[in-house]
Design a protein around this ligand. Structure first.
Ligand SMILES: [Zn+2]
Ligand SMILES: [Zn+2]
Length: 189
């Protein structure tokens, strides 16, 4: 079994955190790393003890949900709350940071931003990162990084489809199955 890389490992952590998101509009996860150690993590959600978008619906103003604190800021605030320095740290985020988070990350001394997915990348955010010498790098999750059997499973499904076709399954049924399989294996990020 191949050993998972640091980038894949930390990004996987952010994807896991995104599953904790309480906003229905977008699920984002962020992991702050220093010297190859995770020092904080966050996801986009309400303030502690507040109502959740998943329960009450989003509170949208000007097309933005104002209820949630973004994942990056939540991770930074976790460091603030417990007195953990972020100077020179790196962050792994599932989505390219918004303008507000970009400024917060720069101001907190984050030096590298790894992101899995472009997301309305603001040209001003890109410019600010450059000015501040903050490196941004896209890290795409390899399909087999968290599931070493990914390819074998896909192949097995394809084999079964061929077998089904040979047993006289109708075209519609086959199409139905193959669509379901594609959906199951589609890249989520
Ligand atoms: Zn929301
Ligand atoms: Zn943000």
């Amino acid at each position: 079994m191949a050993r998972i890389s640091w980038n894949q490992y930390f990004m996987a952590q952010s994807h896991l955190l995104a599953l904790r998101s309480t906003c229905t509009r977008l699920a984002v996860g962020a992991t702050i790393v220093r010297d190859k150690r995770i020092i904080a993590g966050g996801y986009n959600g309400s303030i502690a003890g507040g109502v959740h978008c998943i329960d009450e619906g989003c509170y949208v103003i000007d097309n933005h949900c104002v209820r949630t604190i973004h994942a990056e800021v939540n991770a930074l605030l976790q460091c603030a709350k417990f007195g953990v320095p972020t100077e020179g740290a790196e962050i792994y985020v599932t989505h390219f940071p918004c303008l507000h988070c970009c400024k917060s990350l720069i101001q907190a001394g984050i030096k590298v931003v790894y992101y899995a997915q472009d997301y309305k990348n603001h040209p001003y955010a890109e410019e600010l990162f450059k000015q501040a010498n903050v490196r941004t790098e896209k890290v795409v999750m390899a399909e087999d990084a968290v599931d070493p059997d990914f390819s074998a499973k896909r192949e097995l499904f394809d084999e079964l489809l061929i077998k089904l076709e040979a047993t006289g399954t109708t075209k519609e049924e086959l199409l139905n199955y193959s669509e379901k399989i594609d959906k199951l294996f589609e890249r989520k990020v």
